[in-house]
Design a protein around this ligand. Sequence first.
Ligand SMILES: C[S@@+](CC[C@H](N)C(=O)[O-])C[C@H]1O[C@@H](n2cnc3c(N)ncnc32)[C@H](O)[C@@H]1O
Length: 274
Amino acid sequence: MNNHLKNLVKSHWEEETCGTRYGAATSRKLWLTEIEKTRYEIEPYVLDFADFKSGQGKKVLEIGVGAGVDFSNWIKCGAIATGVDLTEAAIKLANERVKSTLHPSPFTLLVADAENLPFQDNQFDIVYSWGVLHHTPDTPRAFAQAFRVIKQGGHLKAMVYHVNSWTGFMLWVRYCLLKGKPWRGLKYAIFHHLESPGTKAYTTKEMHEMLAQIGFKNIHLSTKLCAGDLLNIKPSAKYKSGIYKIIWALYPRRLVKLLGDRFGLNLLIRAQKS
Ligand SMILES: C[S@@+](CC[C@H](N)C(=O)[O-])C[C@H]1O[C@@H](n2cnc3c(N)ncnc32)[C@H](O)[C@@H]1O
């Protein structure tokens, strides 16, 4: 079952590498730049959270590099960076991005599964993963693998999805309430309708319990409103018809912003192996 689901996840991301929807330029170099520019325009807080400079001279592992924008910033800031992704498409694109700029540090990129990291124990100072570990079928196993490869005293920085969010609520309205099945709940809506099949989302309590059980210490969790909660994203193909254009136009962004980060989709995780 897990293998079947993982194949579906892989196929989904092989088809469209994360973030590439925002590249429209015909020149390849401009296209790569455009993707990076849009990423940090849409999610500027990634820069603060990742704190790429903290990786200088450190061994950093990024799990799920996608288009490689964050990965190339680890390298730019002097990290000894290793990146993995489940898909060939992401690894190819991340390689292209890094090689298209002049980076001083050595780097490694390979296709690998977060649930079976091909590294020895206690290897990395920082393991970083943005928007990835909720997509893999066995998320607790992926977090346990991250823990295994982090050195004693090293840090985990990750973002996974937060269940009680505007995005979760919108998906629930669309795919549960309007279908006359409200009892299915937000987790169901996210599992079946947010990005790749089988996406999970957590409460802060659930995530804290999972991390503590694995052995992480100094766990800090916070939620953050993201571009998806504000519908400040380019809609995927299934949300391009007339009704969605109206929803996108009428969405009460100011109100959602005013209510703050509490119902944000992004659950930011900082934790330590000590
Ligand atoms: C939403 S994208 C995020 C990419 C990138 N971190 C970013 O922020 O743009 C999710 C990525 O996770 C990768 N992924 C999903 N399951 C994975 C797994 N089990 N192991 C490694 N990568 C995985 C996908 O291939 C995809 O590139």
